[in-house]
Write a new protein. Sequence first.
Length: 93
Amino acid sequence: LGRQFQDSLDSLMGMLDLTAPHFIRCVKPNAALVSDSYDGVYVMRQLEQMGMVHVVRARKQGYAHRYPFDRFISRYGYLKDGLVEDAATCAAY
């Protein structure tokens, strides 16, 4: 039984290693957990506490995109090394 669990866990970890992680945030529609009941104040408080309101505000201000790591490094990597990049290279981005 222990070996079966270990094999199953190894299989799951292998699948997870092949994926890109995303975060799912669950919001409860009401404190009573009853169906067909929506408490807007309760939902808004949850969104504020998990930082989603801040994320929405930041994205509305123009910070809505994320560079893939390799593109970010190719664009801003010279800052790390203190190198000066020419204007033609920077204008391509």
